[in-house]
Design a binder for this molecule. Structure first.
Ligand code: CDP
Ligand code: MG
Length: 834
């Protein structure tokens, strides 16, 4: 049997048994989806984020009329009694003192860096000053001011605030635009948008025609999008001499940005804050008289913590919290990092007791402290939800006539977000549970008490902001001080850091830029779709250059999944992936799901991978919980399909009103399920926008019940995350090309299966903790891998086809790579003959 004949035979057999595809149509679709060659090459018009930038050729009369209208409105408002009151408020803000020097500097210099304490009026005032002065100067009709925010919630809330300050409705002179949502009109001259939106705008219009001012806010956070935008703007300023750029930063590393823009001038707004008393964990324990056990509830969330604490107490006579911190510091991995000492405090984990301690501190403040709202800094929405559930059970904190509990995180609906800013009736204590969103980008006026758990995490569920899942990490000293400062805005305040002073001392001065700590896949795609040239060369121009190895890895991955070709140019698939604000691998899986009319389950999987595993495994009930998950995924040998089944069932129970009970019995996190539910909708909307979803509903999910096809699509999305599986002496072992032997995480349903009947496992994530663990997996057959596995690539290290060596041997003992190459040619022939 020659290689060709053997493959042909296998393929025919597979086709006959319809193991992988249901029909010929699917076959055609498969080919077009493969490298994207048959995908439409042009970006669908709906994807271009349009700004209401008028044509530069607009006639002068119209511009003049427009400005007159704006000026009249502005004047009428400022002369009204409400307007005067608002003006008086605005004039009290520290920013007002710098108004004239700010406007002068913007006129004189192309780039200006402004720093100032949070709350001094940068975000709400400075863009407004520009707008007002342009209107006064008769340029109101033609100016076009764009102010970027790192997050959706701040873009929306700031726009709302500025509209109120101008006595207008949103969408008149002030508007906002975030992904999939916006409010702006023909007369909108000041637009608040997320940084991602501006980057998208740049894709369609690299010169930002018609834009007069770009204001980049919160640059001190060193977010990836912001750092990226700065490099793009730096290039653009050479071409657009008339463009003005203002960079706004909260803390004091403003010099860094000034020197990046060749010594751009700095303007500092000095503000006034009240003194804040600082309490570290040691004081907090004493103040609150916190004893372990007092507040501990036995629920699914608290249980693991309670268990850990008990163990700790048995080991140590010391106060367990302090002991834990001290141990962590003693064992800490001290590294020298660019001159600063960095400390990884992996074992010291405030979340492991956080809820009970937070509960104790909140009770203490409510009972014994003066009036004033409380702001609690948590790591992410899951913690916020879980903490809220936990506090609701407390007789004092859960009593709505005494306490108003308000969560605050990026994924909330706009209406809920507004509640945070509203004052509460006297005698009711407002408690805001927030992510680090409340650190700099939004200001809640009545805060007097701050609780700081010391860790932060980017909001991982928010696919629209394209932030990958991150684990909670320690904040920097700068952030800790910033959090502290939130307590002293209206009167002297109190800040409770829920970690020992020694931990604070060990924190780094500033946080590492996101560019240096996250995977660069999406960024690389953006560089390409903005036509910024060679990825490595471009990134070398950034303020701090990412590790070339991680750049190479990202480029390699993009080539492997077929988003970039060998010349590092975007393929058709790549163009589409650049437009989907999700990880490219997940994006590819979503596109495949849509193309193969198997969308519904793929939406669940993509949402689950973006959020986190909804299966909770409490330590003491681990076996029961694992058995529950196993039931969902056993028949399909797949963690991903387990999630699909769990979600489908959840949806049914939601309709029947029994979802809470269902989650409890099956060890599923209800709040995670809710987020998955809403993410699914967002993903579907994105795919629809991009024109991938068939408008005929029956067709969208025609093959959704075909498990083999679904597994193929999972494989397409996971690739090159593939491990081989083979069974020896009734024991299955796993191995990947890069790592050699790997293990399956014990929470994976596949790890419970003794003899694996499939030769491969597709996985999304691997973690290193001693061994290399695959966190999730789906067992797949040869043909699924063969047909959906994506492009092969040359390994730089080995210099030959990556998949060839030993590991990925096709069952027919043919070097796998050759098979695929041959097969691709054959398939192409079939198509071209048609
Ligand atoms: O950007 P920066 O942190 O410097 O301050 P800002 O967000 O412009 O806020 C300036 C002031 O406006 C704050 O101190 C608040 O008193 C007020 N503000 C408000 O009342 N309501 C909002 N939604 C936003 C700000
Ligand atoms: Mg601000």
């Amino acid at each position: 049997l020659s290689v060709q004949q053997a493959v042909q035979k296998t393929l025919e057999e597979h086709l006959e048994r319809k193991e992988v595809f249901g029909s010929k149509i699917l076959m055609d679709n498969l080919i077009s989806a493969w490298g994207g060659e048959k995908l439409p090459a042009l970006e669908p018009p709906s994807l271009v984020e349009d700004f209401s930038v008028q044509s530069p050729l607009l006639d002068n009369v119209l511009l003049l009329k427009r400005n007159m209208h704006l000026r009249d409105r502005q004047q009428t408002w400022q002369e009204s009694s409400e307007g005067k009151e608002m003006l008086a408020f605005r004039e009290k803000l520290p920013a007002y003192k710098e108004r004239d020097s700010f406007l002068l500097a913007v006129k004189r210099h192309q780039v200006l860096v402004v720093s100032g304490e949070t709350g001094c009026g940068k975000t709400t005032q400075l863009p407004q000053y520009i707008l007002e002065s342009e209107i006064q100067a008769g340029q109101g009709g033609s100016c076009n001011i764009i102010c970027t925010q790192p997050r959706r919630i701040s873009a929306i809330s700031v726009a709302e605030r500025v509209a109120v300050e101008r006595g207008e409705q949103l969408g008149e002179s002030v508007g906002y635009k975030v992904r999939l949502e916006g409010m702006r009109g023909m007369s909108t001259r000041l637009l608040f948008c997320t940084t991602g939106i501006l980057l998208r705008k740049l894709m369609a219009d690299p010169d930002l025609k018609g834009v007069s001012h770009v204001i980049v806010d919160e640059i001190h956070e060193r977010g990836m999008n912001e750092d990226f935008l700065l490099v793009v703007l730096k290039d653009l300023l050479v071409r657009r001499k008339d463009l003005r750029v203002v960079l706004m930063s909260a803390t004091l590393n403003a010099k860094l940005f000034s020197s990046f823009f060749d010594g751009a001038p700095l303007l500092h707004i000095s503000g006034f804050t009240y003194p804040v008393n600082i309490h570290f964990l040691e004081d907090v324990l004493e103040l609150t008289g916190y004893r372990f056990g007092e507040f501990d509830q036995v629920d699914d969330y608290g249980q693991e913590k309670a268990w850990k604490m008990q163990k700790m107490m048995q080991r140590s006579k010391r106060n367990p919290l302090v002991a834990l911190a001290e141990d962590a510091i003693a064992n800490a991995d001290l590294r020298k990092y660019s001159g600063e000492t960095q400390l990884s405090l992996s074992q010291w984990n405030p979340e492991c007791f956080g809820f009970n301690l937070i509960e104790a501190v909140l009770c203490y403040i409510c009972k014994s402290e003066r009036e004033g709202a409380i702001l609690v800094f948590m790591t992410g929405w899951e913690d916020i939800n879980a903490l809220k559930d936990c506090l609701m059970r407390n007789p004092l904190l859960g009593n709505p006539s005494k306490v108003k509990l308000l969560p605050c995180h990026g994924s909330m609906a706009s209406a809920d977000q507004k509640l945070i800013f509203e004052p509460v009736p006297a005698k009711i204590r407002k408690i805001v549970l927030a992510t680090n969103l409340a650190e700099t980008s939004i200001t809640i006026n009545d805060i007097v008490f701050v609780l700081d758990c010391g860790k932060a995490k980017e909001t991982s569920y928010d696919a629209l902001n394209n932030t990958p899942c991150l684990t909670p990490t320690w904040i920097s000293k700068a952030s800790a001080r910033q959090r502290r400062g939130r307590a002293g805005r209206v009167q002297p305040g109190e800040c409770y850091h829920l970690y020992p002073k020694a931990v604070f001392e060990a924190l780094t001065e500033y946080q590492e830029p996101e560019l240096l700590r996250t995977p660069l896949h999406s960024l690389c795609l953006q560089i390409k779709s903005l036509k910024l040239g060679n990825i490595g060369d471009f990134l070398a121009k950034a303020m701090q250059t990412p590790d070339p190895l991680s750049v190479r890895n990202s480029v390699q991955l993009l080539k492997t999944i077929g988003a970039l070709d060998d010349e590092e140019e975007l393929t058709n698939l790549g163009i589409h992936l650049a437009n989907l604000p999700v990880d490219p691998r997940i994006g590819k899986m979503l596109i495949f799901g849509a193309i193969f009319s198997c969308l519904d389950p793929v939406l669940s999987i993509a949402a689950g991978l973006t959020v986190r595993d909804p299966f909770v495994l409490p330590v003491e009930k681990k076996e029961v919980a694992e058995a529950a998950k196993h039931r969902f995924g056993r028949n399909d040998f797949s963690d991903h399909i387990a999630l699909v089944r769990a979600y489908d069932r959840w949806k049914e129970t939601m309709d029947a009103g029994t979802a809470v009970d269902y989650c409890w019995k099956n060890f599923l996190s209800f709040s995670t399920m809710q987020v998955i539910h809403s993410l699914r909708r967002q993903f579907e909307m994105l795919l629809r926008q991009a024109g991938f979803v068939d408008p005929v509903p029956e067709y969208t999910n025609q093959y959704s019940k075909d498990v083999n096809l679904l597994k193929g699509i999972i494989c397409a999305g996971m690739f090159p995350g593939i491990s081989s599986a083979w069974t020896m002496d009734s024991n299955t072992k796993y191995k990947t090309v890069e790592d050699g032997a790997v293990l399956l995480h014990q929470s994976s349903v596949i790890s419970k299966i003794e003899r694996m009947p499939y030769p491969w496992v597709a996985f999304y994530e691997k973690i290193k903790s001693g061994n290399i663990l695959l966190r999730d997996g789906t067992a797949i057959s040869d043909s699924m891998l063969l047909l959906f596995g994506g492009k092969l690539y040359k390994s730089e290290r080995a210099g030959h086809l990556h998949m060839q060596e030993g590991l990925l041997q096709f069952t027919l003992h043919i070097p796998f790579a050759e098979v695929i190459l041959w097969l691709r040619r054959e398939l192409d022939n079939i198509v071209s003959q048609k």
